[in-house]
Design a protein around this ligand. Structure first.
Ligand SMILES: *Cc1c(COP(=O)(O)O)cnc(C)c1O
Length: 497
């Protein structure tokens, strides 16, 4: 039988929009009859009922449950999305985050009633400072990009306090797009630094761009090619030599936790993506958190609020007056993503210092296993071992008529979330794979077999198969250009597709 009557295929249910499923008059809850409004408000009442679908609760629950299953997720498939560290989120973290004492606190509660929550923020801060070796931390940034913003605002405040208005920030070409964006958002001009043929920052080019108008160098280490920046000490010395600051993008901290002390690298400020390195859920769900560790020189300029501790207990410093601090301002409404702090701290404490170090080593081992076993069929971009992610370019697809995008779409049919594509920009048609430490050898082997098999098929001249992939998903390939240029954001019954 080819077509089913319902359009569904077993558990792959054809899913109409809620607007198509609803019928007027149905409702999931019992609503009171609306009260009569006083005369002067009467004009505010809708003349027509809102155009909302009428739905019973089971319909809504099924709809969203089914939609959630149509997506690739870290809990359903291998998810080797490079640069994103899609590692397992231990359920213990979730269990602790749901404890009423954590889940139900409110940021406006009096300090005396949230001593435990403040102690938790302080303890998470202690772990992050210890793991990086840096003396201070701003806990409030809500994600990595926000941490970059926080770090650069802090740097700007420190420079202004010295009476300096520096305008330039140096950012390597391989950097994540958030780096130049954050620098620009803080009012700096972005000056790109080229990469060498070995995938590292060109230190000569960097030094040539240094001057007393440079506020900071931003560097990711390991970098987005999955390579350790071996010249990092020389870079730190060079930027400090002209009176600027060294910002570390800590998104790849996963590869070096417990093995490298960030302070020893000469870094003045670095955000830590708790949702990557410390295993809190991310991707389409959020929220993440990007606490930013700071050197002594930057500590006084950290944004408020800050948690402090004295004989009377824990307190939140909300205002600079009388504190001796010169904060760069306030970057978030409250104290940070508290639920993420609970999960990250649960992860750190359950792993222990030795477990975190082991996780970093295993992440690097897994990536090198992928790189070694895929290098025969694919083309690795750089020689030598990698750190926590393996980077390939599209030379292996040359003359096959298949692009990196087509290749990734075919991987969806194989039951894997694709790797990161076309990033970093320093290699052509990039395929960036990050297996993380939580994947077993069996999973990696299954993935490797599929990738190798697909590479062989592409080289044997089966381009048509790739161009029409994915073939086995609820929806086929979308016209991404049309979707971006002429998005259809409003449901119009007459234009049903
Ligand atoms: C993920 C990432 C960021 C941005 O972090 P968000 O938490 O997504 O804002 C910055 N730099 C690198 C290298 C990253 O991988």
């Amino acid at each position: 039988m080819t077509e089913t009557i319902s359009g569904s295929r077993g558990l792959s249910i054809e899913e109409p929009l809620l607007f198509e499923q609803g019928s007027p008059g149905q409702c999931g809850v019992d609503l009171e009859t609306p009260p009569d409004l006083p005369d002067h408000l009467g004009g505010l009442r809708r003349r027509q009922p809102a155009a909302l679908p009428g739905l019973a609760e089971p319909t809504v629950v099924r709809h969203f449950t089914r939609l959630s299953q149509k997506n690739f997720g870290i809990d359903s498939v291998f998810y080797p999305l490079g640069s994103c560290t899609m590692k397992h989120n231990p359920r213990l973290n979730e269990k602790l985050a749901r404890l009423a004492g954590f889940a139900d606190v409110h940021p406006f509660q009096p300090e005396s009633t949230v001593q435990g929550a403040l102690a938790l923020i302080d303890l998470a801060a202690h772990w992050l400072k210890t793991l990086t070796g840096l003396p201070a931390i701003a806990m409030s940034p809500a994600a990595g990009a926000h941490g970059e913003f926080c770090g650069l605002m802090t740097i700007r405040a420190a420079l202004e306090d010295r009476g300096e208005r520096r305008t330039r920030v140096l950012v390597p070409e391989s950097a994540h797009g958030t780096n130049p964006a954050s620098a620009a958002a803080c009012g700096f001009t972005v000056d790109p630094i080229p990469a060498t043929s070995r995938g590292r920052v060109d230190v000569g080019a960097l030094k040539a761009k240094l001057g007393d108008d440079v506020a900071a160098v931003m560097l990711t280490n390991p970098n987005t090619c999955g390579l350790f920046e071996n010249d990092i000490l020389e870079i730190a010395e060079a930027i400090h030599g002209v009176g600027g600051f060294f910002y570390g993008d800590g998104a790849n901290f996963n590869a070096i936790v417990g093995r490298v002390t960030v302070a020893d690298l000469g870094i003045d400020a670095m955000h830590i993506n708790l949702h990557k390195t410390f295993s809190t859920p991310h991707g389409g769900g959020g929220p993440g958190a990007g606490p930013t560790v700071l050197s002594d020189a930057l500590a006084p300029y950290a944004p408020l609020p800050a948690v402090v501790h004295d004989a009377g207990g824990f307190h939140l410093v909300e205002h600079a007056a009388g504190s001796g601090l010169k904060p760069c301002g306030r970057i978030k409404g409250f104290h940070g993503q508290f639920g993420v702090f609970v999960r990250a701290l649960a992860y750190m404490m359950s792993m222990g210092a030795d477990g975190l170090r082991q996780a970093a080593s295993d992440a690097v081992l897994n990536a090198n296993y992928l790189q070694a076993r895929l290098s025969g069929e694919l083309t690795p971009s750089f020689d030598g071992p990698c750190m926590h992610e393996a980077l390939f370019d599209d030379r292996f697809l040359k003359d096959s008529g298949v692009t990196t995008l087509d290749f990734a779409k075919a991987l969806i049919d194989e039951g894997f979330h694709p790797m990161t594509m076309y990033f970093p920009l320093v290699v052509h048609g990039a395929l960036l794979m990050e297996p993380t430490e939580t994947e077993s050898k069996e999973t990696l082997d299954r993935f490797i077999d599929s990738v190798r098999g697909l590479a062989q098929r592409a080289k044997q001249g089966n381009a048509a198969e790739f161009l029409s992939a994915p073939a086995h998903t609820p929806r086929r390939r979308l016209d991404e250009t049309a979707a971006a240029r002429t998005p259809e954001l409003r449901w119009r019954p007459e234009k049903k597709v």
